[in-house]
Design a binder for this molecule. Structure first.
Ligand code: FAD
Ligand code: NAP
Length: 343
């Protein structure tokens, strides 16, 4: 097989997954321009090679060997498409780091993304699970998503309504590998309201003058809170929350509350509530546990960690053990949030 010169054989992804697992891609390719996506997928199809897509590797569990082609999404660029008194439209390349985009918007006096500060990963991956934190989701700001549809083998632009965004979910997550995102188009309105309903932010701003609660102040607060509470992937491997917060019917919550009065839950809609999965895991005694090379973070039980020298199997065994216990204790099936890649 004649390989294009930009395919990198036996490429180490150890620095490109925040769990810090030792991973080798059979072939990797840096995607720095949108047109390369189509070319690479045609090549993969012609040569009957499997492929996968990687942003910053902060929401994936990778096996030690990834067969076929791994597309490393490195498309740069933040472009102001239009701006008026009401808001600004931006086109952002899939490979731009999410946190650097948040900083860029605040430096240009475009507020809105401050609650989403310090989320690792790339802009292209943000729509996949509709990233969210402190009561804000990226879909609030998405105008459209530009992608190559690997099924139809054509470029498409999906407007927000077609992206089927919901809680940590989207059309993209429901159809793995079908849509390779090249750019995300955002609209940031200039009218701004602080969103500080989460208790950590309330505490942070307690007693402060309203005038001091600016987008930049919220950005700094979020960075400070997250730095204290979450493990830094550079120090200790993790992918953030390992399980989604389960959404249950209110009747189920009422039943659970009888047995566990301290259970933590938030209203989701009129008939449903969201349970804090971290509380469930903590309640079952997993917080701070270490087993072999993996464990559960001691400040947030929703975060599974890798101490070094471990692998996906070890981590997934711990995840299964937690799921089994939660199912037995609460009759709730915890869903894994990150994407598990097959070997
Ligand atoms: P990757 O992990 O590389 O990929 C994730 C998935 O998206 C994979 O299926 C991959 O194939 C696909 N993908 C990536 N790029 C593209 C593309 N261009 N086109 C098509 N598919 C693509 N998430 C939250 O929602 N909120 C948080 O507050 C949050 N906090 C976190 C904190 C920490 C410490 C960590 C480690 C993770 C956290 N996460 C959070 C999870 C993660 O950061 C996000 O899901 C992020 O969007 C993943 O981006 P990524 O570029 O690393 O994606
Ligand atoms: P937290 O504030 O301790 O809250 C625990 C859980 O309760 C969160 O998961 C959150 O749900 C929910 N919650 C808290 N206050 C709420 C409110 N006022 N209304 C509705 N739901 C509320 O959580 P944390 O661990 O410190 O994380 C802070 C934020 O960062 C959260 O939004 C969390 O989702 C986000 N985060 C996400 C990841 C990830 O990988 N997905 C990793 C770290 C942090 P929600 O999760 O729905 O917000």
């Amino acid at each position: 097989m004649n390989l294009p010169s930009n395919l990198l054989p036996a490429y180490s992804l150890s620095q490109r997954n925040t769990l810090g697992f030792e991973v080798e891609a059979e072939f990797a390719i840096h995607i720095t321009e949108a047109k390369q996506i189509a070319e690479t997928l045609v090549y993969a199809k012609d040569h009957n090679m499997p492929y996968q897509v990687l942003g910053g590797g902060s929401n994936v569990v990778l096996p030690s060997a990834l067969p076929g082609l791994t597309l490393l999404m490195d498309i740069a660029g933040i472009e102001i498409v239009s701006e008026d008194a009401n808001g600004v439209s931006l086109k952002v390349g899939a490979g731009v780091s999410w946190h650097s985009l948040v900083i860029w918007t605040l430096e240009h006096s475009y507020p809105g993304l401050e609650n989403l500060a310090l989320i690792p990963g790339t802009v292209g991956a943000a729509p996949i699970q509709n990233i969210g934190a402190y009561g804000v989701e990226i879909n609030d700001y998405i105008n459209s998503v530009e992608a190559f549809d690997s099924q139809a083998m054509q470029w498409i632009t999906l407007d927000r309504a077609h992206c089927q965004f919901s809680y940590r979910h989207s059309l993209f997550k429901a159809n793995p590998l079908r849509y390779i995102i090249s750019a995300v188009n955002l609209y940031l309105p200039k009218q701004w309201q602080p969103r500080i309903s989460y208790v950590d932010l309330q505490h942070f701003f307690a007693g402060k003058e309203n005038d001091s609660i600016t987008p930049l102040a919220i950005f700094e607060a979020v960075c400070e809170i997250r730095t204290q509470k979450l493990p830094d992937p550079k120090q200790i491997g993790n992918v953030g929350s390992f399980f989604q917060n389960p959404i249950v019917e209110n009747s189920m919550l009422a039943k659970l509350k009888q047995r566990h009065p301290a259970i933590v839950a938030y209203p989701e809609d009129t008939n449903h509530s969201k349970l804090a999965a971290g509380w469930l895991i903590d309640h079952c005694g997993f917080k701070g546990l270490r087993t072999g090379n993996v464990g559960v973070h001691d400040k947030q039980a929703l975060v599974l960690i890798h101490h070094g020298g471990g692998n996906a199997n070890e981590l997934l065994q711990l995840a299964e053990r937690i799921q089994k216990t939660i199912s037995e204790q609460f009759e709730i099936d915890l869903q894994v949030e990150p994407i598990i890649f097959n070997a």
